[in-house]
Design a protein around this ligand. Structure first.
Ligand code: C5P
Length: 220
């Protein structure tokens, strides 16, 4: 059985990580959440007082920062050096600044290299914004997940409630639009659908339906 590379890209809160995790479990593959890596760098920059758009200082940070994923009960645990940041990287002050950090060349170069090393370990499901275009351009399976802004905000709203974050729905819609705009308009590896990616609109699909569609595509 050939081990595949499965790239899942798309805008914010389209359900990428939820389905990517499930597909990886079904196939016994590694799952890599590249968004968590950009969030981890944003967390570390904030802690050190590095401005989010300071490419030079961020390049120094990239030389020393270790980002580690460890298996947890429901989700992977994320560590920056020895500090667990699994919850902290999902807070609004990180979410609303991560696009600025992710636009910096030094950060993208370093994280892209790390992601390619992780993918070299075997069968992989990787989700993000530039996996099919830049990180794994030869992936056998490329999925581009989209959903309406409203639907994505509703999903984020429900997730937030479980975490005790109370941002109103209208604010979430605006934040999602703004983050998508920044991610699609940056100079390096902007969010865009790879020419050979299959687009799935998940607005009116259940998680199970999306997972099944991706499994079908992977089995071909
Ligand atoms: O997927 P998630 O919403 O956690 O990603 C957080 C942010 O990280 C994105 O808004 C984007 O700015 C950045 N990102 C990226 N390239 C990736 C994955 C995430 O630029 N491959």
């Amino acid at each position: 059985n050939e081990k595949l590379q499965i790239a899942i890209d798309g805008p914010a809160s389209a359900g990428k990580s939820t389905v990517a995790k499930l597909v990886a479990t079904k196939l016994g593959y590694i799952y890599c959440d590249t968004g968590a890596m950009y969030r981890a760098v944003t967390f570390a920059a904030r802690k050190k007082g590095i401005p989010f758009d300071d490419n030079q200082k961020l390049s120094e940070l990239m030389k020393e920062i270790q980002i580690t994923f460890l298996p947890g009960e429901n989700e992977q645990k994320v560590f920056v050096n020895d500090e667990e940041v699994t919850q902290a990287i999902r807070q609004p002050e990180i979410t609303n600044n991560v696009s600025a950090v992710a636009a910096q060349p030094s950060v993208r170069e370093s994280l892209t290299n790390r992601q390619q090393e992780i993918a070299a370990q075997g069968g992989i499901v990787m989700d993000g914004r530039d996996i099919g275009t830049t990180v794994l351009p030869n992936a056998q399976v490329k999925i581009f997940l989209i959903a309406s802004v409203h639907q994505r905000a509703v999903r984020r709203f429900k997730e937030n409630q479980e975490k005790g974050i109370n941002t109103p729905l209208e604010v979430l819609e605006e934040e999602i639009k703004l983050r998508d705009y920044k991610d699609s308009h940056r100079e390096i590896s902007p969010l865009t659908k790879a020419a050979d990616a299959i687009e799935l609109d998940t607005t009116s699909l259940t998680i199970e339906e999306v997972v099944n569609q991706i499994m079908k595509i992977a089995k071909k």
